[in-house]
Design a protein around this ligand. Structure first.
Ligand SMILES: NC(=O)c1ccc[n+]([C@@H]2O[C@H](COP(=O)([O-])OP(=O)(O)OC[C@H]3O[C@@H](n4cnc5c(N)ncnc54)[C@H](OP(=O)(O)O)[C@@H]3O)[C@@H](O)[C@H]2O)c1
Length: 225
Protein backbone atom coordinates (compact mmCIF):
# COMPACT_ATOMS: atom_id res chain seq x y z
CA UNK A 1 0.00 0.00 0.00
CA UNK A 2 1.58 3.31 -1.11
CA UNK A 3 1.83 6.16 1.31
CA UNK A 4 -0.35 8.95 -0.03
CA UNK A 5 -0.28 12.73 0.00
CA UNK A 6 -3.66 14.40 -0.37
CA UNK A 7 -3.51 17.96 -1.72
CA UNK A 8 -6.66 19.95 -1.01
CA UNK A 9 -6.73 23.00 -3.27
CA UNK A 10 -4.46 21.44 -5.87
CA UNK A 11 -3.47 23.92 -8.53
CA UNK A 12 -0.62 24.28 -11.01
CA UNK A 13 1.57 26.34 -8.63
CA UNK A 14 2.51 25.35 -5.10
CA UNK A 15 0.05 22.45 -5.08
CA UNK A 16 1.56 20.69 -8.08
CA UNK A 17 5.19 21.46 -7.17
CA UNK A 18 4.69 20.00 -3.69
CA UNK A 19 2.96 16.92 -5.07
CA UNK A 20 5.87 16.46 -7.50
CA UNK A 21 8.36 16.60 -4.61
CA UNK A 22 6.50 13.93 -2.63
CA UNK A 23 5.95 11.80 -5.76
CA UNK A 24 9.73 11.75 -6.25
CA UNK A 25 9.94 10.04 -2.85
CA UNK A 26 7.48 7.37 -3.99
CA UNK A 27 4.28 8.89 -2.63
CA UNK A 28 0.99 8.26 -4.35
CA UNK A 29 -0.82 11.57 -4.93
CA UNK A 30 -4.47 12.54 -4.62
CA UNK A 31 -5.21 15.97 -6.08
CA UNK A 32 -8.45 17.70 -5.08
CA UNK A 33 -9.87 21.01 -6.30
CA UNK A 34 -13.07 22.20 -7.99
CA UNK A 35 -12.00 22.20 -11.64
CA UNK A 36 -11.77 18.54 -12.68
CA UNK A 37 -10.33 19.31 -16.13
CA UNK A 38 -7.45 21.33 -14.72
CA UNK A 39 -6.82 18.61 -12.15
CA UNK A 40 -6.52 16.05 -14.93
CA UNK A 41 -3.87 18.20 -16.66
CA UNK A 42 -1.85 18.27 -13.42
CA UNK A 43 -2.38 14.55 -12.92
CA UNK A 44 -1.00 13.95 -16.43
CA UNK A 45 2.18 15.89 -15.57
CA UNK A 46 2.69 13.70 -12.50
CA UNK A 47 1.89 10.46 -14.34
CA UNK A 48 4.44 11.31 -17.03
CA UNK A 49 7.03 11.28 -14.24
CA UNK A 50 5.79 7.86 -13.13
CA UNK A 51 3.58 8.87 -10.20
CA UNK A 52 0.45 7.04 -9.07
CA UNK A 53 -2.18 9.83 -9.18
CA UNK A 54 -5.89 10.20 -8.57
CA UNK A 55 -7.81 13.43 -9.06
CA UNK A 56 -11.01 14.29 -7.23
CA UNK A 57 -13.24 17.26 -8.03
CA UNK A 58 -14.48 18.77 -4.77
CA UNK A 59 -14.96 22.04 -2.97
CA UNK A 60 -12.96 22.30 0.26
CA UNK A 61 -15.84 24.17 1.87
CA UNK A 62 -18.04 21.07 1.52
CA UNK A 63 -17.40 19.34 4.85
CA UNK A 64 -19.04 16.06 3.90
CA UNK A 65 -17.10 15.78 0.62
CA UNK A 66 -13.81 16.44 2.44
CA UNK A 67 -14.65 13.91 5.18
CA UNK A 68 -15.74 11.27 2.68
CA UNK A 69 -12.52 11.59 0.68
CA UNK A 70 -10.37 11.33 3.81
CA UNK A 71 -12.43 8.37 5.02
CA UNK A 72 -12.00 6.63 1.65
CA UNK A 73 -8.23 7.06 1.79
CA UNK A 74 -8.15 5.37 5.20
CA UNK A 75 -4.73 4.13 6.30
CA UNK A 76 -3.11 5.26 3.04
CA UNK A 77 -3.34 8.93 4.07
CA UNK A 78 0.11 9.84 5.34
CA UNK A 79 0.31 13.54 4.39
CA UNK A 80 -2.51 16.06 4.23
CA UNK A 81 -1.57 19.27 2.40
CA UNK A 82 -4.07 22.12 2.77
CA UNK A 83 -3.22 24.51 -0.05
CA UNK A 84 -6.51 26.22 -0.93
CA UNK A 85 -6.49 29.98 -0.75
CA UNK A 86 -8.41 32.68 -2.57
CA UNK A 87 -6.60 35.32 -4.61
CA UNK A 88 -8.51 37.16 -7.32
CA UNK A 89 -6.97 37.97 -10.70
CA UNK A 90 -8.25 40.14 -13.57
CA UNK A 91 -8.54 38.95 -17.17
CA UNK A 92 -4.90 39.94 -17.81
CA UNK A 93 -3.74 37.82 -14.85
CA UNK A 94 -2.94 40.80 -12.59
CA UNK A 95 -3.69 40.37 -8.88
CA UNK A 96 -6.85 42.20 -7.79
CA UNK A 97 -7.11 43.72 -4.33
CA UNK A 98 -10.27 44.93 -2.60
CA UNK A 99 -11.12 47.16 0.31
CA UNK A 100 -13.32 45.37 2.84
CA UNK A 101 -16.33 47.57 2.03
CA UNK A 102 -16.13 46.54 -1.63
CA UNK A 103 -16.49 42.82 -0.91
CA UNK A 104 -19.99 41.34 -0.99
CA UNK A 105 -21.19 39.28 1.97
CA UNK A 106 -21.14 36.11 -0.11
CA UNK A 107 -17.48 36.75 -1.02
CA UNK A 108 -16.56 37.29 2.63
CA UNK A 109 -18.27 34.09 3.67
CA UNK A 110 -16.84 32.09 0.81
CA UNK A 111 -13.30 33.43 1.32
CA UNK A 112 -13.29 32.50 5.01
CA UNK A 113 -14.66 29.03 4.24
CA UNK A 114 -11.92 28.38 1.69
CA UNK A 115 -9.06 30.08 3.53
CA UNK A 116 -9.74 28.63 7.01
CA UNK A 117 -12.88 26.57 7.53
CA UNK A 118 -11.91 24.00 4.90
CA UNK A 119 -8.64 23.43 6.74
CA UNK A 120 -10.53 22.83 9.98
CA UNK A 121 -12.82 20.34 8.21
CA UNK A 122 -9.86 18.48 6.72
CA UNK A 123 -7.78 18.40 9.90
CA UNK A 124 -10.78 17.30 11.96
CA UNK A 125 -11.45 14.48 9.51
CA UNK A 126 -7.81 13.33 9.27
CA UNK A 127 -6.93 13.60 12.94
CA UNK A 128 -8.54 10.45 14.40
CA UNK A 129 -6.95 8.08 11.87
CA UNK A 130 -3.51 9.68 12.07
CA UNK A 131 -3.60 9.67 15.87
CA UNK A 132 -4.68 6.03 15.95
CA UNK A 133 -1.81 5.12 13.59
CA UNK A 134 0.56 7.43 15.55
CA UNK A 135 1.77 8.63 12.17
CA UNK A 136 0.89 11.42 9.78
CA UNK A 137 1.79 14.92 8.65
CA UNK A 138 -0.45 17.91 8.09
CA UNK A 139 1.07 20.70 6.01
CA UNK A 140 -0.61 24.08 5.63
CA UNK A 141 0.25 26.62 2.94
CA UNK A 142 0.53 29.85 4.86
CA UNK A 143 1.72 33.26 3.78
CA UNK A 144 3.66 36.32 4.83
CA UNK A 145 0.25 37.98 5.26
CA UNK A 146 -0.19 35.98 8.48
CA UNK A 147 2.18 38.29 10.31
CA UNK A 148 2.18 41.26 7.88
CA UNK A 149 -1.51 41.63 7.00
CA UNK A 150 -2.74 43.85 4.19
CA UNK A 151 -5.99 45.83 4.38
CA UNK A 152 -6.59 45.29 0.66
CA UNK A 153 -6.12 41.51 1.00
CA UNK A 154 -7.95 41.21 4.27
CA UNK A 155 -9.73 37.88 3.87
CA UNK A 156 -6.50 36.21 2.78
CA UNK A 157 -4.58 37.89 5.64
CA UNK A 158 -7.16 36.61 8.14
CA UNK A 159 -6.97 33.21 6.48
CA UNK A 160 -3.20 32.93 6.68
CA UNK A 161 -3.20 34.15 10.30
CA UNK A 162 -5.86 31.51 10.99
CA UNK A 163 -3.79 28.70 9.46
CA UNK A 164 -0.78 29.83 11.47
CA UNK A 165 -2.87 29.73 14.66
CA UNK A 166 -4.20 26.27 13.79
CA UNK A 167 -0.66 24.90 13.39
CA UNK A 168 0.59 26.59 16.54
CA UNK A 169 -2.36 25.40 18.64
CA UNK A 170 -2.45 21.81 17.40
CA UNK A 171 1.30 21.22 17.22
CA UNK A 172 1.83 20.00 20.81
CA UNK A 173 -1.30 17.86 21.16
CA UNK A 174 -0.73 16.20 17.79
CA UNK A 175 2.98 15.71 18.47
CA UNK A 176 2.04 13.82 21.63
CA UNK A 177 0.29 11.33 19.31
CA UNK A 178 3.18 11.13 16.83
CA UNK A 179 1.45 13.37 14.27
CA UNK A 180 3.22 16.42 12.80
CA UNK A 181 1.51 19.66 11.79
CA UNK A 182 3.32 22.64 10.31
CA UNK A 183 2.58 25.81 8.38
CA UNK A 184 4.92 27.19 5.72
CA UNK A 185 4.61 30.97 5.49
CA UNK A 186 5.25 31.64 1.82
CA UNK A 187 6.38 35.25 1.71
CA UNK A 188 7.17 35.71 -1.96
CA UNK A 189 5.33 35.52 -5.27
CA UNK A 190 5.23 32.02 -6.70
CA UNK A 191 4.42 31.17 -10.34
CA UNK A 192 3.66 27.69 -11.62
CA UNK A 193 6.69 25.50 -12.36
CA UNK A 194 9.12 28.22 -11.17
CA UNK A 195 12.22 27.89 -9.01
CA UNK A 196 10.11 29.37 -6.19
CA UNK A 197 7.33 26.80 -6.63
CA UNK A 198 9.84 23.94 -6.46
CA UNK A 199 11.61 25.65 -3.55
CA UNK A 200 8.31 25.69 -1.66
CA UNK A 201 7.82 22.01 -2.51
CA UNK A 202 11.26 21.27 -1.09
CA UNK A 203 10.53 23.31 2.05
CA UNK A 204 7.35 21.29 2.60
CA UNK A 205 9.28 18.06 2.13
CA UNK A 206 11.86 19.19 4.73
CA UNK A 207 9.08 20.01 7.22
CA UNK A 208 7.59 16.55 6.67
CA UNK A 209 11.02 14.90 6.95
CA UNK A 210 11.35 16.29 10.49
CA UNK A 211 9.14 13.35 11.42
CA UNK A 212 12.16 11.07 11.07
CA UNK A 213 14.04 13.22 13.62
CA UNK A 214 13.51 13.29 17.40
CA UNK A 215 10.27 15.14 18.20
CA UNK A 216 12.19 17.88 20.02
CA UNK A 217 13.51 19.08 16.66
CA UNK A 218 10.09 19.33 14.97
CA UNK A 219 8.79 22.85 14.26
CA UNK A 220 5.25 24.07 13.67
CA UNK A 221 6.29 26.93 11.38
CA UNK A 222 8.81 27.68 8.65
CA UNK A 223 9.15 30.58 6.26
CA UNK A 224 9.90 30.61 2.54
CA UNK A 225 10.96 33.94 1.04
N1 LIG B 1 1.25 32.11 -5.58
C1 LIG B 1 1.77 32.90 -4.67
O1 LIG B 1 2.49 33.87 -4.99
C2 LIG B 1 1.53 32.64 -3.21
C3 LIG B 1 2.27 33.35 -2.24
C4 LIG B 1 2.04 33.07 -0.89
C5 LIG B 1 1.08 32.12 -0.52
N2 LIG B 1 0.37 31.49 -1.51
C6 LIG B 1 -0.62 30.51 -1.10
O2 LIG B 1 -0.31 29.28 -1.69
C7 LIG B 1 -1.48 28.53 -1.96
C8 LIG B 1 -1.45 28.06 -3.38
O3 LIG B 1 -1.33 29.18 -4.21
P1 LIG B 1 -0.90 29.03 -5.73
O4 LIG B 1 -1.00 30.41 -6.31
O5 LIG B 1 0.37 28.29 -5.88
O6 LIG B 1 -2.08 28.18 -6.24
P2 LIG B 1 -2.11 26.68 -6.80
O7 LIG B 1 -1.43 25.71 -5.92
O8 LIG B 1 -1.69 26.75 -8.22
O9 LIG B 1 -3.68 26.48 -6.76
C9 LIG B 1 -4.50 26.56 -5.64
C10 LIG B 1 -5.76 25.90 -6.07
O10 LIG B 1 -6.71 25.97 -5.00
C11 LIG B 1 -7.92 25.60 -5.57
N3 LIG B 1 -9.06 26.06 -4.81
C12 LIG B 1 -9.44 27.33 -4.58
N4 LIG B 1 -10.62 27.33 -3.94
C13 LIG B 1 -10.97 26.03 -3.78
C14 LIG B 1 -12.09 25.38 -3.21
N5 LIG B 1 -13.13 26.07 -2.69
N6 LIG B 1 -12.14 24.03 -3.19
C15 LIG B 1 -11.14 23.31 -3.74
N7 LIG B 1 -10.05 23.87 -4.29
C16 LIG B 1 -9.98 25.22 -4.32
C17 LIG B 1 -7.96 26.22 -6.96
O11 LIG B 1 -8.47 25.26 -7.89
P3 LIG B 1 -10.01 25.27 -8.35
O12 LIG B 1 -10.30 26.67 -8.79
O13 LIG B 1 -10.06 24.26 -9.44
O14 LIG B 1 -10.82 24.85 -7.16
C18 LIG B 1 -6.48 26.52 -7.25
O15 LIG B 1 -6.07 25.98 -8.46
C19 LIG B 1 -2.65 29.44 -1.60
O16 LIG B 1 -3.10 29.09 -0.32
C20 LIG B 1 -2.02 30.81 -1.60
O17 LIG B 1 -2.69 31.69 -0.74
C21 LIG B 1 0.58 31.70 -2.82
Amino acid sequence: MSKTILTLGAGPGIGLATAQRFAREGYAVVLAARDGKRLERQAAVLRTAGADVQSVALDVSDASAVSALIRDLGDRLDVLHYNAGILRYDAQGALQTHALEDLAERDLESDVRINITGALYAIRAAMPGMKARQRGTMLLTGGGLATHPAAELLTLSVGKAGLRTIAQALFQPLKASGVHIAVLDVATLVSPDSAQAHGVGEAFWQLHAQREQPVESWSWEARYS
